[in-house]
Design a protein around this ligand. Structure first.
Ligand SMILES: CC(C)(COP(=O)(O)OP(=O)(O)OC[C@H]1O[C@@H](n2cnc3c(N)ncnc32)[C@H](O)[C@@H]1OP(=O)(O)O)[C@@H](O)C(=O)NCCC(=O)NCCS
Length: 207
């Protein structure tokens, strides 16, 4: 079981930068995001939605929507990257991840609003996920993508992932990376909070 304090989700928020230095807030999704999250998925191009969910959907089906909004249940989490657009906090990217304690791995999938693709958002978000994964105790980060998804494959390669065949589905390829987070960078709030809670559990370790 993770040490996240789910009653206080805001403390796990991070600020990321696009390639041009624009700030994005990355935070766990909240119930108030329900409409905005659906709006985000409806606004993706058909191709982006297909690449994200490996099938044709126009919005999140009810069951999947409630899974997306359930942060921490079965060690699964959704984060959104938001930006102020005309004074409104707007979702420009999302990622869903699952911590598998038995294999010490974190599995993820993500998407970026088509209007914001090519700005380095996925690159920054994947780095952030690596840090969140490390905070949960994962040693590897992996995801699956359609073999035809050249952009995701190129992005994963540039981000240091290696590729293996998917165990069950020939249409998919799995990308995997051993996690290496430099503690001195304290790159995400989850990492800092996990380190503090470990320190509190065994204060002598740092004495
Ligand atoms: C794949 C995806 C997440 C990339 O997001 P992004 O924020 O645009 O990615 P970045 O801007 O960080 O780009 C990183 C790299 O991806 C590749 N890339 C991004 N956009 C590309 C494009 N239009 N054509 C070719 N390569 C592209 C490049 O290698 C790029 O590096 P570079 O800019 O140094 O050349 C985005 O295209 C997306 O949401 N697609 C739909 C959902 C999906 O495919 N999810 C993945 C499966 S779970």
């Amino acid at each position: 079981m993770s040490t996240l304090r789910l009653e206080d989700l805001k403390q796990y928020s991070d600020t990321l930068r696009t390639r041009h230095g624009e700030a994005l807030n990355v935070r766990f999704v909240e119930p108030r995001d329900t409409e905005e999250l659906q709006h985000y998925f409806r606004s993706l191009t058909t191709r982006s939605r297909y690449n994200r969910f490996f099938g044709a959907i126009s919005e999140l089906p009810k069951g999947l929507l409630s899974e997306f909004l359930d942060v921490g249940g079965r060690e699964r989490f959704t984060v959104v990257a938001t930006k102020l657009v005309d004074g409104f906090e707007t979702i420009v990217a999302e990622a869903r991840y699952a911590f598998h304690a038995e294999t010490a791995t974190l599995e993820f999938g993500l998407s970026v609003d088509d209007r914001w693709q090519g700005h380095g958002i996925a690159t920054a978000l994947m780095k952030n996920l690596e840090c969140r994964a490390d905070a949960l105790g994962a040693e590897h980060l992996f995801g699956d993508t359609l073999r035809a998804n050249d952009i995701m494959i190129s992005l994963a390669r540039k981000s240091g992932f290696t590729f293996v065949n998917h165990p069950d589905d020939w249409k998919l390829v799995r990308f995997d990376k051993e996690i290496s987070v430099a503690p001195k960078d304290i790159p995400c709030a989850s990492w800092r909070l996990a380190a503090l809670s470990r320190q509190a559990e065994s204060p002598s370790a740092s004495a």
